[in-house]
Write a protein that binds this ligand. Structure first.
Ligand code: CO
Length: 175
């Protein structure tokens, strides 16, 4: 089932998500719904708090370029209770977010990450990456702490964003 995405500046997005302790049917339904929601909105990643569930759950599914950007469900990386074991380097990448639709901006993050996490059955895994996945992991993990990528913008860019965002939101309310 496609769920409603929480849009900035909704305060829900500022909540810190809590660890998952039960790897049950409810969690599996949440993960399945998150996949459907992400694909419906053309996203590459989604954190549970973006569908108003404050739990340390996120998914990432990087489109396959050679297959017209397909995102088969079996390619979905389901990350629960993530812990960074290592981060290094720096890299700038243009990011977007389903909670800030239509806005894209360069953000600086670590180039390499090593992450420990649990899957939907509670089994522990370790993943490392120094490419787009590393960026996506950092973006989604930030959601679990109640932060958004726009907080990383320079003061000037942030002001410009807030002004444009307000205008855009007003327009969409009037419609
Ligand atoms: Co996001």
């Amino acid at each position: 089932m496609v769920r409603e995405i929480v849009i900035y500046p909704d305060k829900i997005l500022k909540q810190k998500s809590q660890p998952v302790t039960e790897f049950n049917e409810e969690l599996h339904t949440l993960l399945d719904d998150m996949y459907e929601t992400m694909v419906a909105k053309n996203g590459v990643g989604l954190a549970a708090i973006q569908v108003a569930v404050p739990q340390r759950v996120l998914i990432i599914n990087i489109p396959i370029e050679e297959q017209d950007g397909a995102q088969p469900k079996e390619n979905t990386l389901e990350i629960i209770n993530p812990i960074f074991l290592d981060k290094s380097g720096k890299r700038k990448f243009q990011e977007g977010c389903l909670s800030v639709p239509g806005f894209f901006e360069d953000v600086e993050r670590a180039n390499y990450v090593k992450l420990q996490y649990q899957d939907r059955y509670g089994k522990e895994h370790i993943i490392e990456d120094d490419d787009f996945l590393a960026i996506a992991i950092q973006h989604e993990c930030e959601h679990l702490e109640g932060h958004l990528f726009i907080e990383k913008l320079s003061i000037l860019k942030r002001k410009k964003f807030e002004k444009e965002w307000k205008k855009k939101r007003l327009k969409s309310i009037k419609k």
